[in-house]
Every structure is written in structure tokens, then in C-alpha cells.
Design a protein around this ligand. Structure first.
Ligand SMILES: [Zn+2]
Length: 326
């Protein structure tokens, strides 16, 4: 029995089962139409909004799926506790997805790229940032400044492709503590040896012509660094302001919109100094919730733009809706 005739019969059944054979023949007289093909998942990968007179474009470098949230999140909790919490929040208890979202700011004078994404080919589902520049309306050659939050592979891997700079006309800005830490290579934990190797290949070659940020330093007019150490030794967040509109790019201060934002004290396996990671999360969450500063976060659900609200003794992530479209 063909699929089409089954479908027709089902339709007739639903209609009450009273249709005569004649009616069946009449229904079948129309043109034969194929079912629309299944297309698989489609994800938005470019999102642009205005911030004062700046334009901010978030681009999805990619995603990765794997086991979790535990032990990456709630590293100091039992697996059962984290699994139960994930379920209570409507999330799968043992599987998760992480996204990588780069932020590009056009100040009108300069095109500033925050972090460079994963190296092309590091995984099949990530390392797409440079390819997506065209659909975002830009060319990699137009980037004037590349600003790095920290030295992990998903943030610096995409600086180079085949030993050549992906953003050939850019100048480079690194947090000084972060750059020195990975370059010197003292006290690198075993689990971060590969991170150090990649940093030497992908980031250190830019050190010659880079500038380095200490504390709260100016990146370009309207963009300043905000120390956010913990996840890595010298991570910086960046405060972006135009015509009185503010935005914080928090890098990896929080890496999961529920596990990190609602449970800031839960340790994160990727935080090099876990206690400092907790303190930084709370300080930054207080800052953005008290001052109602919108946030872009590298691992927040795409388009990775939202707000943090206080929720009792904790916090919650509130995705932006049309706030920036009006
Ligand atoms: Zn990251």
C-alpha cells in the first residue's frame, strides 16, 4: 500500500468513515504531490543588533555535544545531584550541548572582533567563524582589532589557518597576565598542556605587534577591559558603551546559562582557579544585575545576548527579546 493512499484513507476515517468509494475517487483525481523532504536541524548563526551608534554582530562559530552537565558543571557536587537539577530545569540529565559565539563590534571607526573561535577542522561542528563572515556582511580582511578574552583553544584557535593569520590586517590586544602565563609556560596543569601548545602556535606569533591590557584598560574608544580572572589566570571581560547604552561581553565568566548562572558556586571543571571562578561569577553577576547591563556570553545560547536577574539568593539568565530592535 502506498503512503499516499494510506494518508487518504486516514483522512477519510477522520472525516467520519462515511465517504463512499465515489468520493474516494474524486479526492484522488487531483495532481500527485510528493511529501516535502526532511531537511534536518537548521540553526541561526548570525545576529546583529544596535548598541547606541555601534553595531554588534554575534556569529556562531559552532557547537559541540557530549556528556554532561556533570562533571563539567557541578564539579564539586555528586553526579546524581547535578542530574536531578538538570531534569528539574527541563534539561537532559546526562547529555548537553555547548555553543561558541563570537562578537564583532563595528564602532563606526573600527571593526573589533572578540576572540577568534576554534581552529578550522578542530571539530566538524565548529571553526566556522571566518566562513560565516560573508553571511554576516563582512570580510576577515576588514577586522581592525582582534581582542582576546583568554587563551583557551575555543577562543584563540581560529587566529591562524594553515600557519597564516585569518585576520591579516588586524592589530591584536591580549590581557597581559593571560598572555604571559601561557607564553612562559610555568605551572601549567597536565590537562592544559595541549592548551599551552596551541597558544604557542596560534597566539604567541602575534605577541610582537600586540598591545597588552592591565586592569581596566581601554581597548578602543567605548570599549574597556574588566578583570575576570579565575576561569583562566588572566581572563578579561569587556565593557562596551555607545551613546549611554552599555553591554558586557563576559567571555567565559559563566559557561552554562543554567548550571553557572543559577548555581554560581558550583565548580566548573574548566575553571583553572575554581574558587576565584566562583568569586568572579558572583561579582560580575552582581554588577550586571544591579546596573541592568545586558550581556553577551561566549557560551550562552545563541544569539548569546541577555540579562542576568537576581532570583532570591541566586540569579537567572533572561534572553533578550526585542530590546535591541526598537
Ligand atoms: Zn570558552
Amino acid at each position: 500500500m502506498s503512503h499516499a493512499s494510506t494518508t487518504r484513507r486516514d483522512v477519510l476515517k477522520i472525516a467520519g468513515g462515511a465517504a463512499s468509494l465515489g468520493a474516494f475517487a474524486a479526492l484522488g483525481a487531483g495532481p500527485v504531490r510528493a511529501a516535502a523532504p526532511m531537511l534536518g536541524v537548521s540553526r541561526p548563526s548570525v545576529y546583529r543588533f544596535k548598541l547606541g551608534s555601534f553595531e554588534v554582530t554575534n556569529i556562531l562559530d559552532g557547537y559541540v555535544q557530549g556528556n554532561g552537565p556533570h562533571p563539567t558543571y557541578g564539579n564539586n557536587q555528586t553526579p546524581e545531584a547535578v542530574q536531578a537539577y538538570a531534569k528539574s530545569q527541563g534539561l537532559h540529565p546526562t547529555k548537553m550541548e555547548a555553543v561558541y559565539v563570537n562578537t564583532l563590534v563595528n564602532t563606526g571607526k573600527e571593526l573589533v572582533l572578540f576572540d577568534a573561535g576554534n581552529a578550522k577542522g578542530r571539530m566538524p561542528t565548529a571553526g566556522k567563524l571566518a566562513e560565516l563572515f560573508a553571511s554576516a556582511g563582512y570580510k576577515p580582511e576588514q577586522v581592525d582589532v582582534v581582542v582576546i578574552t583568554h587563551g583557551h583553544p575555543d577562543h584563540v584557535g581560529g587566529l591562524m589557518d594553515g600557519g597564516k593569520p585569518v585576520y591579516p590586517n588586524a592589530r591584536y590586544i591580549f590581557p597581559e597576565v593571560e598572555f604571559d602565563y601561557w607564553k612562559k609556560g610555568d605551572n601549567i596543569p597536565e590537562a592544559r598542556k595541549a592548551t599551552r601548545d596551541l597558544f604557542m602556535q596560534a597566539a604567541v606569533p602575534f605577541g610582537e605587534k600586540a598591545t597588552f591590557l592591565k586592569g581596566e584598560g581601554e581597548v578602543v574608544s567605548g570599549i574597556r577591559s574588566v578583570p575576570a580572572h579565575g576561569h583562566s589566570p588572566g581572563q578579561m571581560a569587556y565593557h562596551i558603551e555607545s551613546d549611554g547604552q552599555r553591554l558586557l561581553n563576559w567571555g567565559d565568566v559563566a559557561n552554562h546559562y543554567i548550571m553557572s548562572v543559577q548555581q554560581p558556586e558550583w565548580h566548573v571543571a574548566f575553571d583553572q582557579d575554581k574558587d576565584m571562578g566562583v568569586a568572579t561569577r558572583k561579582r560580575i553577576f552582581d554588577m550586571v544585575s544591579n546596573d541592568k547591563i545586558p550581556v553577551v556570553g561566549y557560551h550562552m545560547p545563541f544569539p548569546a545576548l541577555g540579562f542576568v536577574e537576581k532570583a532570591g539568593a541566586s540569579y537567572r539568565w533572561v534572553p533578550a527579546s526585542y530590546h535591541f530592535n526598537l
